[in-house]
Design a protein around this ligand. Structure first.
Ligand SMILES: Nc1ncnc2c1ncn2[C@@H]1O[C@H](COP(=O)(O)OP(=O)(O)OP(=O)(O)O)[C@@H](O)[C@H]1O
Length: 307
């Protein structure tokens, strides 16, 4: 495979659109069997990176290897081992669920007889067996996402690229899809996904990079990133009016002001909460929670992921 077993290896990877740089020299190494995420807000450069990895958009600079191969020269060989689930499902809404997958299977040279069996198995696996004959236009958003995932597996790929797999889905549909992705992970399939949902990154990924403005601002396991960049707990303080900065400065821990609320970062949230009550702030609501990747992003960029 080359690159010491790396499925994906990028060095100084760049993507430019005319004079705009969408991906600005990133280094990424993804090992076989890993579940890896690109986390970042809209416009961070996640999809541009995925499209280069998926061999649909050539890099403007740097070095990229997938399975040790060059995506520009060896795109066909790479794609035969990759599953790609793009952000816009690119499903044909006039065709049935089954037809969407069988058509795709033929691109990969799966024989007609075998394609039918394989596609039926995949539809069952994503719980769409009973909707095989339904037109895609009649399926819900969650069903379409599951169909797109099933379709990306027709060639039995070693690595699956999922661009925002659950954006726009309701919680039940997201959890069903997550469960299926866990199954793939357990089978040893390498998963590479983009997301702007921190809980998705925390749930699914062994390791993530946080992207902002085309660059990587942090890398590590979700657990370690939180440990490294923020405290264990956060107290969310909502207040009436404008709080006195001098009072906020007396609170134990780092304070981050965000519009109508302040975040108080402290390892012992309950003690910090008690101190906030004692400080005499005019609070309308308070609660203590564990720090998340959202807090890491805020710490590193000064912005929230959903800005
Ligand atoms: N084909 C293109 N031509 C010009 N600019 C582009 C093109 N594709 C992407 N961009 C720009 O590159 C930047 C990064 O876009 P990209 O889609 O990679 O971000 P993203 O992190 O995936 O965000 P999103 O979650 O919105 O998809 C954006 O500012 C976008 O407008």
């Amino acid at each position: 495979m080359g690159d010491g077993g790396a499925v994906i290896s990028a060095r100084g990877l760049v993507k430019r659109f005319d004079d705009f740089t969408a991906v600005d020299g990133i280094d990424v190494e993804i090992a076989a069997g890993e579940s890896f995420g690109f986390l970042g807000p809209n416009g961070a450069g996640k999809s541009s990176t995925m499209r280069m990895i998926g061999c649909v958009s050539p890099p403007s600079g740097g070095d990229l290897r997938i399975f040790g191969l060059d995506p520009v020269r060896d795109g066909v060989r790479i794609r035969s081992r990759l599953g790609v689930c793009p952000q816009d499902d690119s499903l044909d809404h006039e065709l049935t669920a089954m037809q969407n997958i069988t058509t795709y299977a033929r691109y990969f040279g799966v024989s007609r007889a075998h394609a039918r069996k394989r596609c039926a198995e995949l539809l069952d696996w994503v719980q769409l067996g009973e909707r095989a004959r339904s037109r895609v236009g009649d399926l819900s958003g969650g069903m379409r996402r599951r169909l797109a995932v099933a379709r990306s597996l027709v060639n039995d790929p070693d690595c699956v690229l999922l661009d925002e797999p659950t954006t726009g889905l309701d919680p039940q549909a997201r959890h069903l899809l997550w469960e299926r992705l866990f199954q793939l992970k357990r089978r040893g399939v390498t998963l590479v996904l983009t997301t702007h949902y921190m809980d998705e990154a925390e749930q699914l990924c062994d390791r993530i990079v946080i992207m902002d403005g085309g660059r990587i601002v942090a890398e590590g396991s979700p657990h370690n990133l939180i440990k490294e960049h923020v405290t264990r707990d956060v107290v969310e303080l909502r207040y009436a009016g404008t709080p006195d900065d001098a009072v906020l400065a007396t609170l134990p821990g780092r304070v981050e002001k965000l519009g109508d609320r302040a975040l108080l970062y402290a390892d012992d949230g309950d003690a910090a909460l008690a101190a906030a009550h004692r400080a005499g702030l005019e609070l309308t609501s308070v609660f203590v929670r564990r720090s998340t990747l959202e807090d890491v992003f805020l710490r590193l960029t000064g912005r929230t992921l959903v800005d």
